[in-house]
Ligand binder design. Structure first.
Ligand code: CMP
Length: 144
């Protein structure tokens, strides 16, 4: 079941210069980079990405943080990529995230949790379209 998922290395990861280490983990796991860019989100893009959280108490600070500086957006592909990435990231609340997960190794604060990964294949499709055109996504060999 080859899937693609959207991963963000949030502004805190860029600021703390953790992007290389985190990308390295995904590559070592066997996921392929199908698209990758650095960009700063506009408020409109943030609102689109986080539409399901609109109205929640943390929403204004979430949008402020996610638009505060450049982030790295990637499409990662491979067998069950959505679940593999979610497992590698650890719990949304870094305090609950196990050592060995990305959040468990690099984060302690919910609002600054370093990475985002789509929570379902349907959301991956929706989220990927916010960041990338079809031409920017390159599918290639899985086996070597
Ligand atoms: P993410 O997976 O990017 O999706 C929504 C983000 O909101 C989440 O990671 C957290 O970084 C952030 N957030 C901040 N406060 C909360 C909260 N109380 N509950 C859930 N998510 C929160």
């Amino acid at each position: 079941n080859i899937e693609s998922t959207l991963v963000l290395l949030k502004p805190d990861a860029v600021q703390r210069k953790l992007c290389g280490e985190i990308i390295h983990r995904f590559e070592r796991r066997g996921l392929l980079i199908s698209a990758l860019k650095l960009l700063q989100l506009t408020p409109d893009m943030a609102a689109n990405h986080y539409a399901e959280h609109r109205g929640k108490p943390f929403y204004p600070s979430l949008v402020k943080f996610i638009t505060s500086g450049p982030l790295v957006a990637m499409v990662l592909s491979g067998p069950n990529a959505v679940k593999v990435v979610r497992t590698m990231m650890g719990s949304t609340n870094p305090v609950e995230a196990l050592p060995g997960t990305i959040r468990g190794d690099y984060a302690t604060i919910m609002s600054y949790n370093i990475v985002h990964g789509s929570d379902s294949a349907a959301n991956a499709t929706r989220e990927i379209a916010i960041y990338f055109t079809k031409q920017e996504i390159i599918q290639y060999d899985w086996e070597d």
